[in-house]
Design a protein around this ligand. Sequence first.
Ligand code: CA
Length: 346
Amino acid sequence: MRCQCPLQYKGPQCQQTKHSFHGNGYAWFPPMRPCFESHLSLEFITEVVDGLLLYSGPVAQLQPWDPEDFVAIELINGTPTLKVNHGSGTLVLQLPGNVDAADRRWHRLDVRSNGKEVRFTLDRCATGTVLETEGVSNWLMTEDHSSCEVSGVTPNQDRHLNMTQVLQVGGVNENLPYIYPQLLHKHFSGCIRNLVVDSKVYDLGSPADSQGSSPGCARTDGNCVSLGYPSCGPRGRCLGEWGSFSCQCLPGFSGQQCEREVPSYSFDGRSHVHLRLGFPIPARRTQVQVLVRTRKASGAIFSLTAVEQSEYLRLERSEILLSAQEWRRSEAPPPTLRTCGHHPSS
Ligand SMILES: [Ca+2]
């Protein structure tokens, strides 16, 4: 089953996946129920260097028997910072100081924890340097994650994030008799989207309580409509950016607003076209798209080869199957759905 959602609802079950914050507010959502081995991710866009993206933890003065568990993600002088407490002390993970995530672009944060071990990653480490020793097997490939990832171990014995309190996004409610001593910043200005905790997509459209915030992200999505007409025309999907937009074109079209038809070629079984790419292919992610119409059961559709011919990507039609062959540096496996296992109590 797949849902066809109204335009502004992008979640798998037509959830509203974006929420805007105006620098003085907050939005409340149901408590997180993190697995023992858990994964939280979100994306944000802002131009303000300080702010609180998310907080889940105490909202009242702790009694001696209350757990001190909390998790918070702050932006401190443009640098994403994670604070996490499993009940016996706080671990602070701050990305390197030269990261400026308040640059009016979307950024993604991932928090992965497995018991006491916690890893905090910016933009899936797409900026990390890949160091690969050519011509030998994959295990000699290393990636330098020092610019985009930081990890650590929560102090002392407690191993699990126990969450019973409401999840506060984009700020905290300060109309409570509690001062949030864990936090340096208490509000966020910008948009947050795609908040996912252990495969659960949060519906950011209808918070239980909120102030100074609104569903959607007018700052970016407003640019996808100009004079009542979709900015990318009928042949493209618009990606809203801060003060601008970009277009993802339907197959067969290109150009800034998908206005150009891409050229097509006919082949007689003995001919080919040889193209030289005028740009290096990125180390991590390559997207190739081709439209094919043929009556032949087999044939080579395209072959992408490195200059020294040591690496290639080839797409073939063989009988009724399409097959892709690749000899290249390995990539991370696709994300999989997980359900929770055992929950330790501490
Ligand atoms: Ca705990």
